[in-house]
Design a binder for this molecule. Sequence first.
Ligand SMILES: [Mn+2]
Length: 437
Amino acid sequence: MKLITSHESTDFDALASCVGLQKLFPDSVIGVSGGFSPNVHQYLAIHGDRFRTQRCQDLDLSQVDLLIVTDVRRRSRLTHVEPVFERAARNPRSVRILVWDHHPSTADDVHADEEHVQPVGSVTTLIVEELRARGAEIDREEATLFSLGIHEDTGSLAYARSSSRDATALAWLMGQGAQLGLLQRFLRPRLDAVERDLLVRLLGAVHDLPRFGASIGIAPLETAEVPPSLADVSAEAFRLLPHDALFCAYRLPNGKTHVIGRAQASAVPVGAILQELGGGGHAGAGSAVVRDAPLDQVVGLLHAVVERRCRRPQVVRELMSSPVRTVTPEMPLSELAHSLEEWGHTGAPVIRDGKLVGMISRRDVERAQREGRGSLAVSSCMAHQVRTVGPDAPLPEALDQMQAYNIGRLPVLDGARIIGILSREDVLGYLYEESPC
Ligand SMILES: [Mn+2]
């Protein structure tokens, strides 16, 4: 028997990659561990006859001579086919094991005869590429399912781990008849009453960790009721909250705390962090279950691991422009316009007796000239209310400030002294080179 399987609580990437592999390996069987993620469960309620799966516990695993594992390769997440691994260890010739995956490797990985592992956003992408290369024909139901797999794991190509290969695969699937109207129906979880209640409480429980390379929130919650999907609640919270990374810690009545992490920023390696709590995942998403520990202890542990694992943020001093060209309040606007032109600047800080007293921009000068006030001095149209930043402030914090108050040039003050300026140009260079969040 040729058996294709994936991880427990089968999600769309797992199911789609199983179905794709079944096309590559005709006469194979898709065996699941039993649990589906809620949206896959709803999908199969309608598509269950079209895409058939069987429970591994109902199969005679001693008959498996080819095992194909997809979207996972950690043995601890494949306990439903453990007898096959044991047999392979005893008698390697009795079964071939193939792995298709896109997760980082761990010490717990199964030993495979053949590995197809690439760091793409969704493992379905790898299988779609293979189908396409072999000239396989796919119908619109298959094209739609493969699209669901790629959309789910890449956040519709918006997660940082998405690759151009995922986009190329999606484009091809659209050409093969993928029904885009059906994507939202199955991708967005439909939260039930318990989940909605939990989501509201979760939003109230979130607190910010000190700044790292990204903004990180932790939401600890005790819950008496266990909803169908903690992952869906966490995903919705992450969508709503402004954090670059979010860790939700749910303590259930059985004493176990489920920690679910999501991140947009590569500065927060969620999988590696949760691996230290006994779980795992990849850069953008992961989970862990901690037994027999009070919630505040789990939060403390999480805090310590984040502290150790997260990249320190760059600070303003490293990126600011200095020395700063400044002007005086008495300078005539016409002279200022000339100087800005010469410096190639769009504005300048205004200094009196060594102290910052205002900011003036090229736009202010142009407006004054239009309104016939061009002969006045800088003090007549400078902004007196000036937002500033300290040299050791984390860059993401300065970025938030520029974004929230629409500031193009942020003066950097060391005490009362201006020592630099952070411009739009400086932060653009940072955002696009580092792509931190
Ligand atoms: Mn996946």
